[in-house]
Ligand binder design. Structure first.
Ligand SMILES: Cc1ncc(COP(=O)(O)O)c(C=O)c1O
Length: 428
């Protein structure tokens, strides 16, 4: 009599989720919630400390009163939002975007990117990602069986001794070219960049675009911070028709209108790619949240009238400049961002007490996790350890840095500055 085969443990997780480390957001948010200093100033995750503007909130409330806005939207998105995006983005792209065929709405930029990978990546295909990277890219690429190929961005040489510009983080085009193989299917770009705050120059984008055209590589350009740039901003899709043919541009209503919880995003690109992205999106979540798509449509229609884009950019840049004065005061160098709302600060001069006790899940991580923990518990300010945006082999590049998000109310930023002065006694 043959033995009955042992039944598989029904709760054994699939490889794609098993073995994942506790994510940095949970570590920081949980530590922040348990800090003896309450309320903590949470400058960790990039959520806004304030509401969307009133005209956007009003649009969301009005949408809830409309029967059709509470039901399924078309899978590719609400026609009004696609039209509003076509109207808003056609001038940037220098041509009239077809709202029916060249734009698709997704559940946040994140699900949009997952849909793009699901649409084009087969088992074993390679996707080039620059380090540091937004952490979600990795699992989104691996879920359809893609292999991530990392190309490092090189930090400013003297970033530990003086404040530098985010522009000084550079790509070595030879390294990028060497990473391309016959299996390379896509490359992921992010400008303005999280966490560096770099806005890629036109020349850098042209060089990347030319390589992609030469090798027929799809460009997924994550431009979720596209309205927050403090130096000239170029969209890679606008550089040439050949590059445009290969480019999917990613946007986020959450980032644009201070509503990260709305989960409204989109992809803009040529019909020969958008149709497959929408096909994947349909299978992942069918369609995206209806009333908030409608509200995002109104937000785009009315933004110029309220001078929202200029104000939003000036306000964020003002917050950034004002907040960073604390680093000048403390003598801690930072990487001055060219866009977005994150600033990387170099803490190599901060000496953590030798006898300080860290919990095991922090003690085993690089120094930036310890710095983050220490700031949360002793100073009352939460920031993100950026080694999480690197592979373990390259984590040392940023183990002395912390990332602060300045998308918070001015009084919160002032409290943070006040608290950060407590670091003085630890600075050597
Ligand atoms: C670079 C980057 N891409 C994408 C996203 C996700 O955007 P969304 O909230 O629209 O999914 C974020 C959010 O932090 C981000 O920083």
């Amino acid at each position: 009599m043959s033995a009955t085969p042992a039944r598989r443990d029904p709760f054994k997780p699939a490889k794609r989720v098993a073995g994942q480390k506790q994510d940095v957001w949970s570590i920081v948010n949980e530590a922040a919630a348990a800090s003896p200093i309450q309320p903590i100033v949470n400058m960790g995750q990039g959520f806004f400390g304030y509401n969307p503007p009133q005209f956007v909130l009003d649009a969301a409330k009005a949408a809830l009163d409309r029967v059709e806005c509470n039901q399924y939207s078309p899978t590719k998105g609400r026609p009004r939002l696609k039209q509003a995006l076509a109207d808003a983005y056609s001038p940037f792209f220098g041509r009239t975007l077809n709202s029916e065929t060249e734009i698709t709405i997704t559940t946040g930029a994140n699900e949009g990117m997952l849909s793009a990978f699901m649409a084009f990546i087969e088992e074993g295909d390679e996707v080039i990602v620059f380090e540091p990277f937004f952490d979600q890219y990795i699992s989104n690429i691996e879920m359809p069986g893609g292999k991530v190929i990392y190309v490092p961005m090189h930090p400013p040489k003297d970033g530990a001794v003086k404040s530098t510009s985010a522009a000084e983080w550079t790509i070595d085009m030879k390294e990028l070219e060497a990473a391309i193989t016959p299996k390379t299917r896509m490359i992921v770009l992010n400008t303005p960049h999280n966490p560096i705050g770099k806005v890629f120059s036109k020349e850098e984008l042209q060089a990347i675009g030319d390589l992609c055209v030469k090798n027929n590589i799809i460009i997924l350009s994550d431009e979720v911070y596209d309205r927050l740039y403090y130096v000239p901003f170029t969209r890679i899709a606008t550089l040439s028709p050949e590059i445009a043919k290969l480019t999917l541009t990613v946007g986020s209503g959450g980032k644009n209108f201070y509503a990260t919880g709305w989960r409204v995003g989109w992809l803009i690109g040529p019909e020969h790619m958008i149709k497959y992205v929408s096909a994947a999106h349909t299978r992942i979540c069918y369609s995206s949240v209806s009333p908030l798509q409608e509200a995002t449509a109104v937000a785009f229609e009315e933004a110029e009238k309220h001078n929202f884009w200029n104000e939003s950019k000036d306000e964020m840049h003002g917050k950034m400049n004002e907040f960073n004065k604390i680093w000048d005061e403390l003598g801690l160098p930072y990487s001055d961002p060219e866009g977005g709302y994150f600033v990387l600060v170099n803490m190599s001069k901060v000496q953590l007490p030798d006898d300080y006790e860290f919990p095991p899940h922090v003690a085993e991580r690089p120094r930036d996790f310890k710095l983050s923990w220490f700031l949360i518990k002793e100073v009352g300010v939460a920031a993100i350890p950026p080694t999480e945006f690197f592979t373990p082999g390259n984590a040392h590049i940023v183990e002395d840095w912390l990332r602060f998000a300045v998308c918070k109310n001015d009084d919160v930023l002032e409290t943070a500055q006040e608290r950060l002065r407590a670091l003085k006694k630890y600075i050597k």
